[in-house]
Design a binder for this molecule. Structure first.
Ligand code: PHE
Length: 461
């Protein structure tokens, strides 16, 4: 038996394939789907954006998802360990991915904390008439937005709660903690969010919002930045090339059918994303209708402002607003939380394996360190405004770099691409042909390198 086979023998596993699929969907479906996708699509060509988006899904999203799965399931470790087993020097790629996870998790937690307080504010529309003032000055207690660095009292308690619950779940382990949260959370999310979308599309003005979102601007297709936006969205949204899916599939049974699960996860994630676009833009169309303005005069259609300023305004206009508010912020909390769990799992298992810690110790150490950083950076007013910058670097540059280096290492340096392909084919019903190697070894790296260079140039200028 090989070293890998031995040390994997007592590794904890998901209780069922269904558990793994739900956890993988839980990781993929998150804030990225609800607040990132609709705005990105709107800014990047509307309906025409679906073309680069689908191309990114098929040429990079699914192929790299399969690669993550294969590495994790075969080499049985979080990214640093699994990649080291693949090729000694590849461990550093794993740590790079782990660093990205850490960076994302500290701001992601803060956003969930905001969503949690807004969940509470939904009862009775506590944000009042002027939702912008409420968010920036009353709730965040900022005299001048972007200047004050004081700890924001309003977000401190929810943030503490988020981190405590995360530590408890991680300490409970994969089957009893992570899997349980997703098995309960994901069906709840689908029901709640589904109800929300149905309500949104039946509001007056909804069709204006949908037209604004889906009317194609074909000219966008010649803009390289639109393509970069599509690939970044796919990576972030599917949680791929971050090491998360490596960690999650390292807890999969050895004989589990991976490629078919990957298709289910990818399809579910993109469907949810498009559903979210429909729901969010219908609601925005309704807002324009209520305020008697043209759709293109609306502002704040993406990111924190969309969720915490524009959406509360939508909700206040709505008959039966409490239910709608509770559904919207409840969905953000659940979707975000199941993704945050995966982000922290990625970091904590990596640390656990590196230092030979117990799962509990690793959960507490990683949880406490992340919470402290999360508090000091993001529970301040400026934190809110730094978020965009962090997103630029971690998600547009960091993950693309990680994907290029990982695929080139596997296929050309370690030359393990075909081994992984045969590994997946031996256990899966959806077989990967040699086209898969072509995608991850040639097409992907070339495409991604062009995009990365362009992005870096545009940031320098
Ligand atoms: N996929 C999650 C989302 O769409 C975010 C995420 C990114 C989670 C990377 C894990 C790793 O919000």
């Amino acid at each position: 038996m090989t070293e890998t086979a031995n040390s994997g023998a007592q590794r904890q596993t998901w209780t069922s394939n269904r558990g793994f699929i739900l956890a993988a969907i839980g990781s993929a479906v998150g804030l990225g789907n609800i607040w990132r996708f609709p705005g990105v699509a709107y800014d990047s060509g509307g309906g025409a954006f679906l073309i680069p988006y689908l191309i990114a899904l098929v040429t990079a999203g699914l192929p790299i998802l399969f690669l993550d799965y294969a590495i994790g399931q075969r080499f049985r470790g979080a990214a640093p360990l699994a990649l080291r087993r693949l090729a000694k020097r590849a461990e550093v790629i794993g740590w790079f991915q782990t660093m990205l996870l850490f960076i994302i998790s500290v701001y992601y937690a803060a956003v969930i904390a905001w969503a949690l307080s807004y969940f509470y504010f939904s009862f009775g529309n506590k944000w009042g008439e002027d939702t912008a003032t409420f968010f920036v000055s009353d709730y965040l207690k900022a005299s001048e937005p972007g200047v004050s660095t004081e700890l924001v009292a309003g977000v401190a308690w929810p943030l503490a709660l988020v981190w405590v619950v995360i530590i408890v779940i991680l300490a409970l382990g994969i089957a009893n903690g992570v899997e349980k949260v997703n098995v309960i959370g994901i069906p709840l999310l689908i029901l709640g969010f589904g109800a929300l979308v149905i309500r949104a599309v039946t509001l007056p003005g909804a069709s204006d919002g949908l037209n604004a979102l889906f009317t194609p601007d074909w000219g966008a297709l010649t803009d390289l930045n639109v393509w970069i936006a599509a690939y970044s969205q796919i990576f972030f949204s599917m949680s791929i090339a971050f090491g998360i899916m490596i960690a999650y599939s390292s807890f999969q049974r050895r004989r589990a059918n991976m490629t078919s699960s990957g298709l289910v996860v990818g399809f579910a994630n993109s469907s949810f994303e498009i559903l979210a676009g429909i729901g969010v833009f219908s609601a925005l169309g309704f807002l324009a209708h209520q305020e008697g303005v043209r759709f293109d005069q609306l502002e704040g259609l993406t990111g924190p402002i969309l969720s915490f300023v524009t959406f509360p305004a939508v909700i206040s206009e709505m008959p039966g607003s409490t239910v709608f508010g509770v559904l919207f912020f409840g969905s953000l909390v659940i979707a975000g939380f199941t993704s945050l769990v995966s982000l922290v799992v990625g970091v904590s298992i990596a640390v656990q394996e590196k230092f030979g810690l117990s799962q509990r110790t690793a959960a507490v150490v990683v949880g406490v360190v992340s919470a402290v950083v999360s508090f000091s950076l993001f529970a301040t007013t400026t934190g809110l405004f730094t978020l965009d910058t962090v997103d630029q670097y971690a998600n547009n540059i960091g993950v693309v770099l990680s994907a290029i280096v990982m695929t080139v290492t596997v296929v050309w340096i370690a030359r393990e691409g075909d081994l992984l392909r045969r590994h997946l084919n031996a256990i899966s019903t959806f077989k990967l042909g040699r086209w898969w190697l072509l995608l991850i070894g040639v097409v992907g790296p070339i495409f991604l390198t062009v995009m990365l260079v362009q992005k870096v140039i545009s940031l320098i200028n």
